[in-house]
Design a protein around this ligand. Structure first.
Ligand code: ASP
Length: 347
């Protein structure tokens, strides 16, 4: 009898201390960080974001569950978020001070650390796909402006009129931003609808909304990608961290994958995504420790934002110094989880 009790206790202990089995596949995404507070978000708008995040992460989960590559999952999910006007990427991107949508994106393949990025594109429907073409079909890592547009056309990627990216909500944000900074408001872009009343308020107005994804597929390959319109009222061809490999995006098999969102100038200066992976690789820090330390470093410099991080086995960490970050996670054998506010429990 005693032996049986001891054996049962031992079995329990072994079970409690056994490392959690790595998922077959895992995917995590963010939809931007910022001043996203419960008091500023109506239940309807909150539900819209939660549904969009859930649908997107589950679309990526379906790619991975059928044996698809992490790169394909990253591209599929980001394309979807680029099409969704809720997010500051593709359609729904924020405007420059001149009233344009200039889009930035990057993608990285953890197997070889091949990477592709584009900055300031205005006519490619899916900038993430253009970044992937740069990685796979050009000898370069980053293309910008007119040259990137020419490459996009040469690759036969879908082209749209610049007005395709227009949303009334982002235009209002631009008007407010320019007025607050004493700058002139440019004319509305050609071909967009005349001004409409807005009947809903969004929690992240004036703030961020970039999208990013990190995935690990059944072969253990990591990939990461990020896509954004940048910051409202940006000027002079400003480019943020999203297309900068090592700042906004990083992936390295056997180490980690990262996508960042926040005040890009600080994320570039800290080299956020690479710094997190280097801490994990060289200091043996967990994804959470490394992410928290690097976000604290950004915060100490007065930068705001957050990161999603995946370790080599598909475990996920989030870190942010803002009241919220739209985010979702899914792994094999478990339902998806969606979070918005910083104080929501992680899993
Ligand atoms: N990091 C982006 C940028 O600076 C903006 C964001 O994440 O919201 O362009």
């Amino acid at each position: 009898m005693r032996a049986a009790v001891v054996a049962a206790l031992l079995a329990l202990c072994a079970c409690a201390s056994a490392p959690q089995e790595a998922p077959r596949w895992s995917i995590v995404l963010h939809g931007g960080a910022g001043v996203i507070e419960r008091e500023r978000i109506t239940p309807e708008v909150e539900q819209q974001y939660r549904a969009a995040l859930r649908d997107a992460v589950e679309a990526g989960g379906a790619v991975l569950d059928s044996g698809g590559a992490s790169l394909d999952a990253v591209e599929t999910v980001i394309q979807r978020l680029e099409d969704d006007p809720l997010f500051n990427a593709g359609r729904g991107a924020v405007f420059t001070a001149e009233g344009r949508n200039e889009l930035d994106a990057s993608i990285m393949d953890g197997r070889s650390r091949a990477a592709g990025a584009v900055a300031g594109v205005t006519r490619t429907r899916h900038p993430i796909s253009l970044a992937r073409r740069v990685m796979e079909q050009s000898p370069h890592v980053m293309l910008m402006g007119e040259g990137a547009e020419a490459f996009s056309r040469a690759q036969a990627l879908e082209q749209v009129e610049p007005g395709y990216f227009f949303t009334e909500r982002r235009w209002r944000q631009l008007e407010e931003n320019l007025r607050a900074n004493g700058l002139p408001v440019p004319p509305r872009p050609v071909g967009v609808p005349s001004p409409q009343a807005l009947n809903e308020s969004h929690p992240d107005d004036h703030q961020f909304g970039t999208v990013g994804v990190v995935a690990r597929d059944v072969r253990g390959d990591l990939a990461a990608g990020t896509s954004t319109g940048g910051t409202t009222g940006k000027r002079w061809g400003r480019v943020g961290d999203a297309p900068v490999i090592g700042a906004g995006t990083y992936a390295q098999n056997g180490v980690c994958g990262v996508s960042a969102t926040g005040t890009g100038e600080y994320f570039i200066r800290v080299g956020v995504a690479r710094a997190i992976c280097a801490r994990m690789e060289l200091n043996g820090e967990s994804a959470q420790e490394a992410a928290d330390r690097v976000i604290a470093e950004v915060g100490a410099m007065a930068g705001d934002g957050g990161v999603i991080v995946m370790d080599r086995q598909g475990a996920v960490a989030y870190s942010m110094n803002t009241p919220g970050m739209y985010r979702a996670h899914m792994r094999s054998g478990a339902p998806s989880t969606v979070r918005i506010f910083a104080d929501e429990e992680t899993e």
